[in-house]
Design a protein around this ligand. Structure first.
Ligand code: NDP
Length: 331
């Protein structure tokens, strides 16, 4: 039998956390043969709710769940973890300036960086979900210099899955037959959902999404804005932000990173830019990646047309500005 993997979820008493922890305990993140020990962190005002989540995890009697650490102490939470999913963050409240939210989150991720760096297992893989996800991941990277930069990522898989879903609905094909969409850039409304390289698996081989949809106006307009604005549409409908889809895509992100992407398929992940596709180095930017043996690599050599180029640059510029804003909050 495999040794249990220790998986940290921060903000575990929140609504994404509530959807995510049972998925992890059921083996959806790391596989049905991988026992897990869940580490759940939240802040003291949420301690009682966190204990309630722990009680429900016990009551669900998950066979793969070998232990539960529920705590408000970051050191205890981070100790020995192999995977860290960072969901805890300060929400943007009405009337708050972007800089105020940024400054709260920058200080959270600065301190959690140290706890992870000092106490996590070597080679711990980190996924940032809390917004602003890309910039929080960058701050964590900066303040945890001994964690390899390849191990620090942010979530754009939800946006990726939303793009697959929109194409599936439009073409009335199963979502599992749609592949290789790309989310470029920031997990914000400046992201660029790109279907220039996407295809649908059919009985007669793979066909290009653009050819099958045959409606450039929709693909270059409404499709992009629907994916960019999907989070707001969910809030409007549910009166709460997306949680089950965010949790499910966090599982997809970690599963593919650890266990590998299927041959011929890429996924979108926010990773530390090395300048690929003429994106400025030194920001966390969402790229198409393939994963093998527990590490990701950026898919190289995709042709980028003028339409896409502008959108890749616009979302990169927003991230460069966010980085400057985050640094100004640190001073
Ligand atoms: P959620 O569980 O709904 O969301 C948590 C974070 O994920 C938010 O930052 C949210 O950003 C972000 N997020 C990223 N992608 C998505 C998406 N697609 N849909 C929705 N959210 C997304 O928030 P809750 O308020 O329910 O829970 C937050 C938890 O964090 C609470 O338990 C709280 O106690 C804890 N917390 C921890 C702090 C700390 O560690 N120091 C500080 C403050 C809170 P956005 O806000 O933009 O929706």
């Amino acid at each position: 039998a495999k040794e249990p993997a220790r998986v940290l979820v921060t903000g575990a008493a929140g609504q994404i956390g509530y959807a995510l922890v049972p998925m992890i305990a059921r083996g959806i993140m790391l596989g049905l043969d991988q026992p897990v020990i869940l580490h759940m962190l939240d802040i003291p005002p949420a301690a009682e709710a966190l204990n309630g989540v722990k009680m429900e995890l016990i009551d669900a009697a998950f066979p793969l769940l070998k232990g539960i650490v529920a705590t408000t102490d970051p050191v205890e939470a981070c100790s020995g973890v192999n995977i860290a999913v960072m969901v805890g963050g300060f929400p943007r409240k009405e009337g708050m300036e972007r800089k105020d939210v940024m400054s709260k989150n920058v200080s959270i991720y600065k301190s959690q960086a140290s706890a992870l760096e000092q106490h996590a297992a070597p080679n711990c893989k980190v996924l940032l979900v809390a917004n602003p996800a890309n910039t929080n991941a960058l701050i964590l990277k900066e303040f945890a210099p001994s964690i390899p930069e390849k191990n620090i990522t942010c979530l754009t898989r939800l946006d990726h899955n939303r793009a697959l879903g929109q194409i599936s609905e439009r073409l009335q094909v199963p979502v599992s037959d749609v592949k290789n969409v790309i989310i470029w850039g920031n997990h914000s409304s400046s992201q660029y959902p790109d279907v220039y390289h996407a295809s649908v698996v059919t009985g007669a081989g793979e066909k290009a999404v653009r050819q099958l949809v045959a409606d450039d106006a929709w693909l270059d307009g409404e499709f992009i804005t629907t994916v960019q604005q999907r989070g707001a549409a969910i809030i409007k409908a549910r009166k709460l932000s997306s949680a089950l889809s965010a949790a499910s895509s966090a599982c997809d992100h970690i599963r593919d990173w650890v266990l590998g992407t299927p041959k011929g398929t890429w996924v979108s992940m926010g990773v530390y830019s090395d300048g690929s596709y003429d994106v400025p180095p030194g920001i966390i930017y969402s790229y198409p990646v393939t994963c093998e043996n527990g590490s990701w690599s950026i898919v190289q050599g995709l042709p980028i047309n003028e339409f896409s180029r502008k959108k890749l640059d616009a979302t990169a510029n927003e991230l460069v500005e966010e980085k400057a804003l985050a640094y100004s909050c640190l001073i």
